[in-house]
Design a protein around this ligand. Structure first.
Ligand SMILES: [Zn+2]
Ligand SMILES: [Zn+2]
Length: 250
C-alpha cells in the first residue's frame, strides 16, 4: 500500500485506459476493467509447454526441453493492453506494475506446490545496469508475496547477453540462448562449469518455478532450466505473464 504522500505523487488514472482509478484500488496501476480484458490463455494446449492449439505428434516447442522441466504456463495472451502492461514493466521504468501482472497470474494459474522456490530469469549485467532493475525479479517478488513462496534471484546468472530473438525461428532461438545461464555458487564464488567438477554447485531438492514476463518459444526458460538441471534440480516448472503468438515458421 502506498502511503498518503506517495498516493499524491502517483498517477491516479489507469495506465492503459486513463480512466480515474478507484481510490480503494489505487495501489494498482491498471484498473480492474483493463485487467479483466486481458485474454486468458486457455486449453487446448500442449500439457507440457502450455502452447495452445491442436497438437499432432510431438510438440515442436518443448521436445528438446531437459527432462526435469515439466510444465510451463502463461496467464494471458500478449495482445493490446497486456502487451502494453508487459512493455511498461520491461521498459517503462515502472516496475511497480509487476503487482498488476502478478495479480493476473495468481487469478488465472494454479499456485505451485508448497515450498517451491521462485527463480526469476536473470538479466545480463549490462542490461541490468541500463534498465536499473530486472523486470522478471519484480514479477517473481510480487508473485512470491501472493503465493507466499520464497524467491531466489541469486541462483541463476546470465553469463552472456543474447541478441534480440524476435525474428528467429524456434530452432535458432535455442541456439541463440545455448549456454547463456549458469549457477552461482554463493559460498565459494565459483560456477558449475562442467569442466571443473570441483566447482559443482548443487541446488536444494525443492521444486523450482522459473518466472519470466513473456513466453515466446520457451527457449530462454528451457536454457535456464538446463542450468538448474545441471545443478541437480529434479522438478522445474515455469510461469509467465504473457504468451506471445509466434510466427508460423513451418
Ligand atoms: Zn483501465
Ligand atoms: Zn509443448
Amino acid at each position: 500500500m502506498p502511503n498518503a504522500l506517495e498516493q499524491l505523487l502517483l498517477p491516479a488514472e489507469c495506465l492503459l485506459c486513463h480512466n480515474l482509478l478507484d481510490f480503494a484500488v489505487s495501489d494498482h496501476l491498471v484498473c480492474d476493467v483493463c485487467r479483466y480484458r486481458w485474454r486468458p490463455v486457455v486449453r487446448p494446449w500442449c500439457e507440457r509447454c502450455g502452447q495452445p492449439g491442436p497438437h499432432f505428434g510431438p510438440c515442436r516447442l518443448c521436445r528438446e526441453w531437459p527432462a526435469p522441466f515439466l510444465q510451463a504456463r502463461s496467464a494471458v495472451w500478449l495482445d493490446e493492453g497486456a502487451r502494453q502492461a508487459a512493455h511498461t514493466l520491461k521498459y517503462g521504468g515502472l516496475p511497480r506494475i509487476a503487482d498488476d501482472l502478478a495479480a493476473a497470474i495468481a487469478r488465472l494459474l494454479a499456485p505451485p506446490e508448497p515450498g517451491a522456490v521462485l527463480v526469476p530469469i536473470p538479466l545480463g549485467a549490462r542490461r541490468l545496469r541500463e534498465r536499473g532493475y530486472n523486470q522478471s525479479e519484480h514479477l517473481a517478488r510480487a508473485l512470491g508475496a501472493r503465493w507466499r513462496l520464497p524467491v531466489r534471484a541469486d541462483l541463476v546468472v546470465r553469463r552472456r547477453e543474447t541478441t534480440t530473438q524476435t525474428a528467429l525461428t524456434p530452432e535458432a532461438r535455442l541456439a541463440n540462448v545455448a549456454g547463456a545461464f549458469e549457477m552461482r555458487n554463493a559460498e565459494v564464488g565459483t560456477r558449475n562449469d562442467r569442466r571443473q567438477a570441483c566447482s559443482a554447485f548443487r541446488v536444494p531438492s525443492s521444486a523450482f518455478v522459473l518466472v519470466d514476463d513473456v513466453f515466446t518459444t520457451g527457449a530462454t526458460l528451457a536454457e535456464a532450466a538446463r542450468a538448474l538441471t545441471r545443478a541437480g534440480a529434479v522438478r522445474i516448472t515455469a510461469v509467465t505473464f504473457g504468451r506471445a503468438a509466434i510466427p508460423d515458421f513451418t
